[in-house]
Every structure is written in C-alpha cells, then in structure tokens.
Design a protein around this ligand. Structure first.
Ligand code: ATP
Ligand code: MG
Length: 313
C-alpha cells in the first residue's frame, strides 16, 4: 500500500500504471513521483496517454493495474474523499452556459467544505471585469480562465490542469502562467499537461515526456535528455570573402550564418573571437546555441515512434 505515512511522501505516487481501451493500450506502465508544492508537466504527442493518466489520478477513470496514491488516497477506491482535496481543469469544458461568472464560481464553491472566497478566485484568474457576464458571452480564453476558477473554488491542495492554455492568445497564456505560478506560491501542487514547450519550460519544476503510454524521459526542463551537456553550436556571420580559421569555419546556411559544433566552447570561442579581433572582422550575430527543450522533446518522441514501428514491423 502506498500511504502518506511520514508526511514526506510524495503528493502523487504512481507505480506500474496500465490502462487499455479494448485493444488500444493507452498507458503501458507509468511510474511517477510528484512532490508537494511541485509544478509537474506531462508532455507528449496526441494520443500518448496524458489525459488517461491524469483522469485515473483524478478518480475519473478506472485503471487496469498498478498502484496509485494521490494525497495519500487511492483514487480508484477513495474517490469521494479525494474529490474535496483536488481541483480539476478538464481538457474539454463543462460549465453551465447560462450562469454568470460569479454564479458559476459560487455554485462550485458551495460543493466544498472549506471553499476559497469566490470573489478572490475570480480576481486570481483575471476575470474581475467579467463577474456579471454570462458564460455564453465569454471568449475561448476567458472560458478557460473560468475553468481555472472552478478548479480553484474548493481551495484544493492539488490541481490537475489538462492543456490549460490551449487556444489562448499569447498574452492570455502569460497571464494564465502567472496564475499557475501564484498557485505554487500558495503551496499548491500542480500536475499539468501541455503541448507548449515554452509553457513547460517556464512553469514546471519537473517534466516527464510520455510516448505510447510510457515515460521516455523525466527531469528538470533545463536538464531533460542531458541537454545541458549536449554539444553546443557556435553561430556567426562574416562578410563575403573573409575566411575564418579552417577548424571554425563550419558550414554556411541559407541565412548566411556559419554554424560549427563545439566540444570545447571556451577554447573555440577564444580562437574565433581572437581571429576576428586580429583581422578586424565583425562577427555579426555571434551566438552559442544548445538544443532547446523542443529539440530534446522531438528527439525523444521521435525515437519512441521509431522503436514502436520497429517492434510492429
Ligand atoms: N474513451 C476512450 N475509448 C477508447 N479509446 C480511448 C479513449 N480515451 C482515449 N483513448 C485512446 O487512448 C490513447 C491515449 O489517449 P489520451 O487521451 O490519454 O491521449 P493524450 O496524450 O491526452 O492525447 P492529446 O494530446 O491528444 O490530448 C489514444 O490512442 C486514444 O485514442
Ligand atoms: Mg489529452
């Protein structure tokens, strides 16, 4: 039994989680540990098993096997107790379209024993000016904020956000990110899914990449897939007709930038900038590039797709 014995145990603990829909194995042995107060992001392509995993943790879907503990409870058996402690933003919205914003949040707050003040929740998600507006009149982004308000109404310890900012314009996304950050500063634990790498990078303390129902990598966004140790590339431009040192000349791309891989960044930069100073050449746009979270994500999910193609070939 995975219990909340010492108070130090994780907010979420999952071991060997499996779930199939008929012949489709949606979750194929997932292990997860999420600490209290952590923002954790699940990344993965369409159909990877993110929503299935999250809905099992919420108690909305039955698992076929494996052990799951959420705030010390088993969502399969103790759904009622769990319900009062968690907040949920589903991938699809489901609020009554004819209520106002304030009525909606008040209604959800009334379901909980110790709700957060509805007025405060509305402010927190940035719907202050829309308090009296009917749900039907809200924009897509405003609806998603209302979803967030509904999830917060019961003042939950743990929040599940399934693609919370899909369909948001860039400034609404930034604002939603601030809401999520402020939840973390209130000590809440957050499990979110997203397709946006910048969102994961900005919000998450840790991420896990899921592909074909399996976790293929996990860690801090800055170190995922060892990207902090990945080979750096130096990029720069020089005027036509100038020849940089052969070893650092690299190859010029269509944008006129030369790009050279560097296993010894300090030495190579020193040599390149030394040459530029001596020969009076401007190194326009000089930059050092490392694989982004998106590069690593594409590599990991690409490898997983190739492996499953091999195994079914
Ligand atoms: N109710 C269901 N009945 C049958 N198959 C389902 C059901 N729900 C999900 N699946 C299948 O399970 C797999 C995982 O789906 P899931 O919704 O968990 O993926 P996801 O990672 O959330 O994808 P997305 O990024 O598109 O939201 C997919 O192959 C999907 O078609
Ligand atoms: Mg999903």
């Amino acid at each position: 039994m995975l219990g909340d014995v010492d108070g130090e145990s994780p907010a979420v603990k999952v071991r060997g989680l499996v779930k199939s829909y008929g012949r489709v194995q949606a979750v194929a042995g997932v292990d997860l540990d999420i600490s209290h107060g952590e923002i954790f992001a699940l990344l993965g392509p369409n159909g990877a098993g993110k929503t299935t995993t999250v809905e099992i943790l919420e108690g909305y879907r039955r698992r076929d096997g494996g052990e799951v503990s959420v705030l010390g409870l088993d969502p399969g058996r103790q759904r009622r107790q769990l319900k009062g402690k968690i907040g949920i933003v589903l991938q699809k919205t489901g609020v009554d379209r004819y209520l106002t914003v304030a009525e909606t949040v008040r209604m959800f707050a009334s379901y909980y024993p110790r709700p957060r003040s509805p007025e405060e929740v509305i402010d927190l998600v940035g719907l202050t000016g829309k308090r009296g507006a009917r749900v039907t009149t809200l924009s897509g982004g405003q609806l998603r904020r209302l979803d967030m308000a509904v999830a917060l109404a019961g003042d939950p310890e743990l929040l599940f956000l399934d693609e919370p900012t899909t369909g948001f314009d860039p400034s609404a996304r930034r604002e939603a990110w601030e809401v999520v950050k402020s939840l973390a500063s209130l000590g809440k634990t957050v499990l979110l899914t997203t397709h946006y790498m910048d969102e994961a990078q900005y919000l998450a303390d840790r991420v896990a990449v899921i592909a074909d129902g399996r976790i293929v990598a996990s860690g801090a966004p800055s170190t995922l897939g060892h990207r902090d140790h990945a080979e750096a590339r130096i990029r720069y431009r020089v005027p036509d007709g100038t020849a940089p040192p052969e070893k650092l000349a690299g190859t010029a791309g269509g944008d006129g930038y030369r790009e050279v891989r560097s296993a010894d960044l300090v030495r190579d930069l020193n040599q390149l900038t030394g040459w530029a100073l001596e020969s009076g050449v401007a190194l326009d746009g000089l930059e050092v590039v490392r694989p982004t979270l998106e590069d690593v994500y594409l590599r990991l999910t690409g490898e997983s797709a190739a492996a499953s193609e091999r195994s079914t070939a």
